[in-house]
Design a protein around this ligand. Sequence first.
Ligand code: BEZ
Ligand code: FE
Length: 300
Amino acid sequence: MVDLTPDTVTDAVLAQMADTPDARLREIMTAAVKHLHAFAREVQLTPQEWLMGIAFLTEVGQTCTPSRQETILLSDTLGLSALVNLMHDSTHAHDATDSSLLGPFYRDSSPKLALGDSISSEPDTMPVVFLGQVRDQDGHGIAHASIEVWQTDAHGSYDMQIHGESRMDHRARFEADASGHFHFRTVRPLAYYIPLDGPVGRMVKAQNRHGCRPAHIHFLITAPGHRELVTALYLGDDSYIDSDVVFGVSEALVITPQPDSTTPFPELPAIRYDFTLAQDAGMAASRVGADPSKLMQTAH
Ligand code: BEZ
Ligand code: FE
């Protein structure tokens, strides 16, 4: 037996894991152990500090419910979700629409509405019309693509924050027409604080961060033979546009409602945005996130 030292304990762990049969699991865990140990060495982590970290992670898990995903929030506020998305986007063969965060407020059973319907139960508060086309990488419309959309109400709250799981609002699923076009009515979303009443909120406040996301509309767009697109469009005049607490904004995803008398709702400001899906290269789902109620059932 050789006594372990701060410099040799990492290799001892790596040696024990070296026979992991799954090559990808071995690669991921080897890197995770190396970097975690390097982090502890760099900051000279004390037992008391690591116990605080363990208590924090425990509370993050305990804060999760079928309608709240604190672990995703942690990943988001640490920029890890954004990093994983950016790396995923860079595997596109050609330009496709940038992805953005799924966030903790996605639900996979939004009501299906007809083109032109409003997704809001308060359709007269700052109404806008959204018009778009779903295209392939050659610029051709994708017939009958599925478009899921969700956002805050005009006061900055998601339905789940007000009604829990009991009522859906400001979310819907649409089917594009035969040329890939779709349109719907909604209301201007508002910037909002991410949930700050849990352990992640305490972390964000301790770091002197404002904790806000700029106003945005989420989309999850799918069509057979294409990579699913999880993205969001951000209102350009929002004061948090350059300091999103979860790092989801990119220049190409910024929108501005404009007067437009050529739409089916000429009295409403219009947002026009066309989405390009990458070809399906056999990739698994491209989301960091899930409907929180489903994630609790599929943790292993
Ligand atoms: C959201 O956009 O819904 C969101 C994303 C990440 C963290 C919190 C909220
Ligand atoms: Fe959001």
